[in-house]
Design a binder for this molecule. Sequence first.
Ligand code: CA
Length: 218
Amino acid sequence: MNRILIVEDEIAISDLIKIELELRGYKCEIANDGEMGADILEAHNFDLILLDVMLPKIDGYELLEYIKQISETPIIFITAKSQMSEKIKGLNKGADDYITKPFEICELVARIEAVLRRYNKVNDIKVIDDVKVNIISRTVTKEEQNIYLTPKEFDLLVLLIQNKNFALYRETIFEKVWGEELEFETRTLDLHIQRLRKKLGWKDKIKTVYKIGYKLEV
Ligand code: CA
C-alpha cells in the first residue's frame, strides 16, 4: 500500500483528497501547514508527497527545499495558479509534477500513478480476474492470450482500472482519453466502451451508470 502525505491548509480539500485516495487503496496522512509537514516527514516515511504551494508558516517552495535535503520522496505540487511561472518554479526546484486547483480526483490519481511508476513504487501490471494489463508495454492478455486494443481503447481501460468501482462522467472520460483532439462525442465513447466490453468479455463488469457514464465494477 502506497503512503501519501498531503500538505494542504484548506481542510475541505485535504480531507476530500484523503477520503478519495483511501477509497482507491492509498494510505494518507494530512499536514495542514508547512511546519507540521516537516515534523511528520522527519518521523515517517512516505512514497509520495502532495504539496500545496501557498501554506502558512513554511510555504510549499521552502518545504520542498527542506524535503529535498532529507529524502528522495517524490513530490507533486498543488498550485492554485495556472501561471506557467509557478509551475516552472516548482519543477525547477525539484518537484516531479504539478496539478492545478481545481482538479478532478481521477486526474490526480493518474498523476500520482505516473510519478510512483517512475520511482518503481507501483506494480506495472494490473490484474483484474483473468485479465492482465501491462502499463509499460501497453499490452493486455486474457487467460494468457493477447488481446489487441487500439491506443484509445487501452487508455480507456487504464482510466477505468485506476478508478475501479467509481462512476466516471462521460465528459470526464472523454476529456482524459481524447483530450483536445475531438469535440465531446458520446457515440465515439460508447463505441469504444462496447469494443472493450466485447474484447475483454466484460459485458457485466463495465457498467453503464444512468445519467452519469461508466464504471468498472470488480
Ligand atoms: Ca493553500
